[in-house]
Design a protein around this ligand. Sequence first.
Ligand SMILES: O=C(O)CCC(=O)C(=O)O
Ligand SMILES: [Fe+2]
Length: 223
Amino acid sequence: MIFSIPNLLTPEELTEITTTLAEAEFVDGKLTAGWHAKLVKNNQQLKQGTTQVKKLKEKVVSALNRNALFQTAIHPKAIHSLLFSRYQVGMSYDRHVDNAFMGSSTIYRSDVSFTLFLQSSATYEGGELIIESADDEKAYKLDAGAAIVYPSTTLHRVEKVTKGTRLVVVGWVQSLIREASEREILFDLETARRSIFAREGKTSEFDLLSKSIANLLRKWGDI
Ligand SMILES: O=C(O)CCC(=O)C(=O)O
Ligand SMILES: [Fe+2]
């Protein structure tokens, strides 16, 4: 399931992050790419390791943690490996799949990828995130503060920026439910359960759906 989250960040958070980034030091994006992604990754990313960067990452993680859609659809176990990426004119990230395992002292699995857009789409040209499916591909370029969330299993790319600057946060999630198809079933059941509850309260159908959801979480949960 691919979905977008409009207004993941508040306007104040967005301003705070972009103001900090305007002054910050960026380095070559190849530093964090796997050996084959290095061949196609041509962008810049915020230098890691400072307390300032840690604070920025915490802001993004807490925005994801308070977002009901993200929580219900993804069941995050760990939100990890966040990068602040910048693409200037001529930069792109060609077709690749994300590494399955990330991190050094702690190893995380990437089940879900996300891109949080920090720049209004009107301020730059190109820079669409293209996600491939079996017989099609789709382009995503969202408003500032919005995020696109997609399975890490896909081939995807970022088109060359031809004008202006593309600024995004990318990150990955290890989910408590590792299969995308199982996450989708749970999301649909949860949506149905909530709408039954809103309409009719705690009926016996609601109880049966609650039982099924809890038992599927036990069955599929990877804790
Ligand atoms: O910038 C994006 O939208 C995605 C970048 C990407 O694919 C990656 O960092 O692995
Ligand atoms: Fe990627």
